[in-house]
Structures are given as C-alpha cells and as structure tokens.
Design a protein around this ligand. Structure first.
Ligand code: CUA
Length: 310
C-alpha cells in the first residue's frame, strides 16, 4: 500500500483482473482437461463402451462448492469496489455535467462553464450528471467511470486523476443521429493551472461567437458552411427568408436579430419547416453577455454567404 489516496482506477482494475484471471485459469484448465480426455478416451483405445459410475457424492459436492465460493468471492470483491465508487471523498471538487442532444456542458460552483471537463490533478472530483432531453451516459474510460444521464434526476460519479493530461469523455448511450458527436475531453491540469483557469470565471467566456457555438453545443446540429445537419445551417442566416410553423400555422419570416434570439431561447415558437422540433430551450442556459456575442455573430458578415441550396 502506498500513501497516495486510492483512485477509481485501481478499484475497478483490481476487480477486473481478479475476474479475468480466474476466467483465464478456468479456460486453461477446462481446455487442457478436454484435450487430455479426447486423447485418453479416443474410441480406438476403447472400442467397447465401459460402464461408468452413476454418481459420486464427494465429486458433486466439490464441483458445486468450489465454483460457488469463487463466484461469491467475485461478488464480494466487486461489492467492495462498488462501495468505493459510490462513496465520494468529502473534499471532492463539485462539477455539474449536463448532457443534451448532442453535447456536454460542465458547470463549476463559481459560475464558470465549459464544454470540456477541467479538473485538478490528484484531487477527487464529484461530477453530478443530468440530462436536458433523453438518456445519455457520461463515460470516461481512463478513470473507469460511466453513469447514465437521466432527465429529471441527478446521478453522479467521482474519480481522481493521478496525472495531468487530456483524456476522452464519451456519451455511451445511443441518443440519436449525432450521438457520436458527444465526444469531448477531460483536461487534467496541475492544481495552480486549474485554479488559474477556474478564476478566469465568466470573464474569459467572452470570446468570439464561433467558440461559443462549440461551447454551447450549437455546432452539433447546425453547420456554418451550408452543409446539412439535423438543424438549419447558420450560413447566410441573417436576412434569409424562412418558412416557419408558429402555433400550427405556417408563415414566412425574414431572419433578424429578434428571430435569432427567439430561436435560441424558445426554439419551438417559430419552428423552421422541414426540421424536427427537437432543439432544447437555451433559456437561462447561456449567460446574457455570451448570448449577445452569439446573436451578433450569427447575424454577422462572417456567416453571410448564402448556402447553395436555400
Ligand atoms: Cu448522448 Cu449518446
């Protein structure tokens, strides 16, 4: 035993190796026995069938009891691990994770938010997980944790990153056409760097619009180059004529600043025809300064080229 606090990695790996080791031994043992029997009882050596004992109590007890004990030991060992994975160290850093079709966002207690999960090295992190729409699953293979994101309830995982680096974070529950774009990273930073990152707070969030599209998950569904995704492209958005369905009635609108704001905060109000009503409302999800930058960007010259087929 070392003095380092344990991590979810050793906890899961120990159980995995235990079960894998026993399975390997059984595989070797059974295969070897089979091969020996095939040779030893080959019909050329024993042309005539021999009578065999119909039962042998001690043998039956042995082959029932030993596997039962092995399976019970696997259960006990896994249960111990499960308790460690459930029992979050009290000094853990809290981060809220929210899944939506099709991106993740991570929110810190001081109001900082990010589309990547930034954590300090060596410190326990408790990730509280929820979903805005359907089942997703937060999966970080490097730290051996995976938990469903369920609308309406909060689930959690905890882990401790033993070293700095960048590690994959996936959605592990099929959640629709862009399920595979719910991939991001856990960025493990040395404590001082993490503190500096966290302290930047919302200020640093005031970046260009294109970064905000990624951070808030817009680009999972909307392209900026005219290519077709699940939602309308942003290319040539401002001033575009759109057919929308408003409260069941069709009408034609010209995209302006107000329309863009409404489409972000209440996407179902004037829904563009031909697109499914699946976008979640971003009301209260985007800080107002960022929302302004985003709207300005979407209506700016940067995206003004009209898409080929609109
Ligand atoms: Cu979210 Cu798959």
């Amino acid at each position: 035993m070392t003095d380092l606090p344990f991590t979810t990695i050793e906890t899961v790996d120990a159980v995995f190796l235990y079960i894998f080791g026993i399975s390997g031994l059984l595989l070797l043992g059974i295969t070897a026995t089979m091969v020996v029997f095939v040779i030893r009882y080959h019909h050329r050596r024993h042309p005539q069938p021999q009578p065999s004992p119909s039962s042998k109590l001690w043998l039956e007890l042995v082959w029932t009891l030993i596997p039962t004990l092995i399976v019970l030991s696997m259960f006990w060992y896994s249960w111990e691990g499960y308790l460690k994975l459930s029992d979050v160290p009290p000094d853990a850093l809290k981060v809220q994770a929210e899944g939506r079709k099709w991106s993740w966002s991570f929110n810190y207690e001081n109001g900082r938010s990010s589309d990547r999960l930034y954590v300090p090295v060596g410190r326990a992190v408790r990730v509280e997980i929820t979903s805005k729409d359907v089942l997703h699953s937060l999966y970080i293979p490097a730290f051996r944790v995976k938990k469903d994101a369920v609308p309406g309830i909060t689930t959690y995982v905890w882990f401790r990153a033993p070293e700095a680096g960048s590690f994959d974070l996936f959605c592990a529950e099929y959640c629709g056409v862009s399920h595979s774009s719910m991939i991001t990273t856990v960025e493990v930073l040395p404590q001082e760097q993490f503190d500096a990152w966290l302290k930047q707070g919302k200020k640093a969030a005031t970046v260009e619009g294109s970064a905000l599209l990624t951070r808030h998950g817009c680009s999972g569904c909307h392209s900026v180059d005219g290519s077709q995704r699940i939602g309308p492209t942003f290319q040539g958005l401002f001033g575009r004529q759109v057919q929308v369905v408003s409260a069941g009635r069709e009408q034609t609108l010209i995209v302006d600043l107000n329309y863009v704001q409404l489409a972000i905060l209440q996407p179902q109000t004037d829904l563009v025809q031909g697109y499914p009503p699946i976008m979640p409302s971003y009301q209260g999800q985007i800080p107002s300064d960022e929302l302004q930058v985003l709207i300005d960007y979407l209506c700016s010259d940067a995206l003004s080229t009209a898409p080929a087929d609109q």
